[in-house]
Design a protein around this ligand. Sequence first.
Ligand SMILES: [Zn+2]
Length: 461
Amino acid sequence: MLICRAEVEGAIRDVRLDGTRIAAIGERIEPQAGETLIDAGGGALFPGLHDHHIHLLALAAALESVACGPPAVADRAALGAALRRAPGAFPRGVGYHESVAGPLDRAALDALVPDRPIRIQHRSGALWMLNSRGVDRLGLDRGADAPGVERDAAGRATGRLFRLDGWLRERLAPGAAPDLAAVGRLLARAGVTGVTDATADTGADALALLEAGVASGALPLRLAIMGSAVLPAPAHPDVARAQVKIVLDEGALPSFDALAAAIADARARGRGVAIHCVGRAELVLAARALAEAGASGHDRLEHAAVAPPDVVGLVAESGAAVVTQPHFLSERGDDYLRDVETCDLPWLYRGRAWLEAGVRLAGGSDAPFGAPDPWRAIRAAVERRTRAGATLAEAERLAPEEALALFLAPLDDPGGAPRRVTVGALADLCLLDRPWRRAREDLTSAWVRATWRAGRQVHET
Ligand SMILES: [Zn+2]
């Protein structure tokens, strides 16, 4: 295949793909007999985007679920209506936030939907809320139990399940294969050719589903998978095992020694760690523990949502990369302005400060908890605007090129040097329908015209 007149690093070039790789780049390349030609018309050609933090199975499930949070659902009445309309025998709601109808338990949900089982996921991904019919379906009043099933003083399930995503999936639909092809199409449309799945409880079953998705072409992606310390090594050549995911919860932080031991255990297995830290306390603990362990070059801090200046310094000392979600500023920024302490507002999802401190910075959608389209994160890193139009910490803005680079690093080096369109490189490519000087003024996936994964075209408008 010959891509003619593409903009490659600022110059108009012809680019030949041969098999899985870029075979030639030149000002003018003569087409060979029978070669497929694409006239890029001066559109920018980039390496395919890498989403450094996503949850593929949860995203597949979310695509088949009902939205239960802002902006689609803003209050109790709208929530009730959405749930009653929901299709299926045990409908699933996603994206719930307390701003809709406060904290939910089985009693609150019974008041909305008494007559059929329902389950709603909190937008943090950490909590499922079920009504009594849902509790009954899981047998939680009849002996079924797991750590994370909340119970009241009398031992009765409250309908609130913490960090039991995988457990719930296995109990409700053991062996069921979610529609990964829908996820694959969605990502290809945005120019994404590689992702890191950051799910903590990925086990052998989930790994098998994801590998099968890559093998069948349903997921046209290079894939890195975090999971726990005991995740088996993937067999497919396009699937790699990434860091051990460690989730820190502000309410139940481990001791410094326990975290240090978990880091040492991962290192002994030849793996880095990816520590989920949203709040300031988690970030400080994680950065200190990593600094103590000594930089490995393979550790990451996920989210690092609140980072005052002294904490930025700690993170820089730790040597860990930060994987950020700037689009939360646009999706949730108005909530932050209401709920986050004023003194912390300047330190939310920082951009400029991380780069200035020399911290390797990468981007991830955190889909389905954030929008799966990385161009929203790229735009938000530049604009830092909420839905209502407020700006959050303007000083943290990135240039469009810096924001795009958050999604161009290799999966195994988030925040490292961006991949490039060069001869010999893997033909994972994203072609825009316009030159970069125009795309950078209005950053959106709407300009993605075609996507190639290992030389195979996986999206075309
Ligand atoms: Zn996540």
